[in-house]
Design a protein around this ligand. Structure first.
Ligand SMILES: [Fe+2]
Length: 347
C-alpha cells in the first residue's frame, strides 16, 4: 500500500529527505511539560538558582511518569507515523509511551570561556544500545528530541551532522554481519563532515531525527539549564529496501536508499542472526532511581500507579530482555518492583 500523507506537507517530506530531521514547534502537550518540570530540582537535588550546586555537567535521569506518545505530543506522533510509513508498521509496545527521563546539560564554568566546534566534539553516535545493528535494523527508526526548556544558541542544544548519514549507511551496507555495541567505527568520518547544526528551540518543541543522523551533546556555554528527553519509534519488522512499488517505501527507508544512491537493494542480506538484549542506558539510570524516589516521595510530588503499571512500563522499555552484553556494574541495585528480570548471558 502506498504510504498516505495526511499530516506532513510536501515541504516537510522534502525537508526530511534532504536533512534527515524535522522540527515540530509546540509539539509537547503543555500539561505534561508543566507538570513534569515541577519537581526537576528535587529529583536532581541541586539548587536551581545556585550553579555551584550543579555537580554534574551532563545528567541522565530515570523515568517516573509516562503517557502514550499520541497524548504526550499529538502532532509529533502524527509526523512520526507518516515518516515510518503508517501506524501498522510501528511496534505496539516498545517505547509507545513517552516519559520524564530527562537529559540535562548544565554546562560548566570551563565551557563559559572555551569553545568546542562540532567536528572536534567527542561522543558522536546514533542511538541503539539494545540490539545487533544491521543496515535494516528498525529497533530505533526515529530518535526524538523533546525540548522541555528553551534552548538558545550555545546553550547545549544537541549537535546534528546531516552529511554524516551517508557514511553511516555505507558502513552498515558493507557490514551485513552486523555490528556489536558500541559502534565507534561508524562515526570516524564525522571529523571530515561539513553540515553541522545545533538544536535551538522553545520549550515544547520536538525534533524528529532519522535513526542514522549522527548526533552528540554540544557544550552549554551559557549555563542556562537545558532539559530534553530522547524517546524513539520502534518498528515491528526490519526496514524493507525491496518493495515492488517505491511509493510503499517509508521516508525513513527512502533516506537510506538515497544516501546509498540506490532505488532498491536486492543483493543485500544479513549474514548473522539478529540479537536483542537489555538496554545499556538503564543500567546506570537505575542506580539513581532509589534516591530520587525518596526525595520525590518526601516532597509528596509523585504519583505511583502500582505494580501492574510498572510491569507494563518494563515491557515497553525492554527491561524483560536478557542482559546480553549490558550487565549491571558490580554492586549496583536494580529496582525491579518484583518483576523477574532475566540475567542469562545470551548469544
Ligand atoms: Fe543519542
Amino acid at each position: 500500500m502506498p504510504v498516505e500523507y495526511k499530516y506532513l506537507t510536501q515541504e516537510q517530506r522534502d525537508f526530511f529527505l534532504k536533512h534527515g530531521w524535522l522540527k515540530i514547534p509546540g509539539a509537547i502537550n503543555k500539561k505534561y511539560l508543566d507538570e513534569w518540570m515541577k519537581d526537576l530540582w528535587i529529583r536532581l537535588d541541586y539548587k536551581e538558582d545556585d550553579p555551584s550546586t550543579w555537580k554534574e555537567e551532563y545528567v541522565k535521569l530515570p523515568r517516573h511518569r509516562e503517557v502514550p506518545a499520541e497524548e504526550f505530543a499529538p502532532d509529533a506522533w502524527k509526523a512520526c507515523v507518516e515518516l515510518v510509513g503508517g501506524e501498522d508498521r510501528i511496534d505496539p509496545v516498545r517505547e509507545r509511551y513517552m516519559g520524564d527521563h530527562f537529559i540535562l546539560n548544565h554546562g560548566s564554568e570551563y565551557w563559559t570561556t572555551h569553545d568546542s566546534p562540532p567536528e572536534k566534539t567527542p561522543g558522536w553516535h546514533t542511538d541503539n544500545d539494545w540490539y545487533r545493528q544491521f543496515l535494516d535494523s528498525s529497533g530505533i527508526a526515529l530518535t526524538l528530541i523533546h525540548c522541555f526548556t528553551d534552548i538558545e544558541p550555545r546553550a547545549g542544544g544537541t549537535y546534528l551532522c546531516e552529511d554524516g548519514m551517508t557514511g553511516v549507511c555505507k558502513y552498515l551496507y558493507d557490514h551485513p554481519e552486523g555490528l556489536e555495541v558500541p559502534f565507534d567505527q561508524l562515526y570516524t568520518h564525522i571529523k571530515d563532515c561539513k553540515e553541522f547544526l545545533a538544536v535551538t528551540a522553545k520549550a515544547g518543541d520536538t525534533f524528529i531525527t532519522h535513526t542514522y543522523l549522527p548526533h552528540t551533546a554540544s557544550k552549554n556555554h551559557l549555563r542556562k539549564p537545558r532539559v530534553i528527553t530522547n524517546p524513539h519509534v520502534t518498528l515491528k519488522e526490519p526496514f524493507n529496501f525491496n518493495r515492488p512499488d517505491p511509493s510503499d517505501n517509508s521516508l525513513v527507508e527512502q533516506v537510506i536508499l538515497d544516501r546509498l544512491g540506490r532505488t532498491s537493494l536486492p543483493e543485500w542480506h544479513i549474514t548473522a542472526p539478529r540479537r536483542f538484549f537489555y538496554p545499556r542506558n538503564y543500567t546506570f539510570k537505575s542506580a539513581r532511581l532509589g534516591e530520587e524516589l525518596e526525595r520525590m516521595i518526601a516532597h509528596a510530588n509523585i504519583y505511583l500507579k502500582g505494580d501492574d503499571a510498572i510491569k507494563q512500563h518494563y515491557k515497553r522499555n525492554g527491561f524483560d530482555l536478557p542482559h546480553g552484553p549490558n550487565k549491571l556494574p558490580e554492586g549496583k541495585k536494580v529496582y525491579t518492583h518484583g518483576m523477574e528480570v532475566k540475567r542469562a548471558v545470551d548469544d
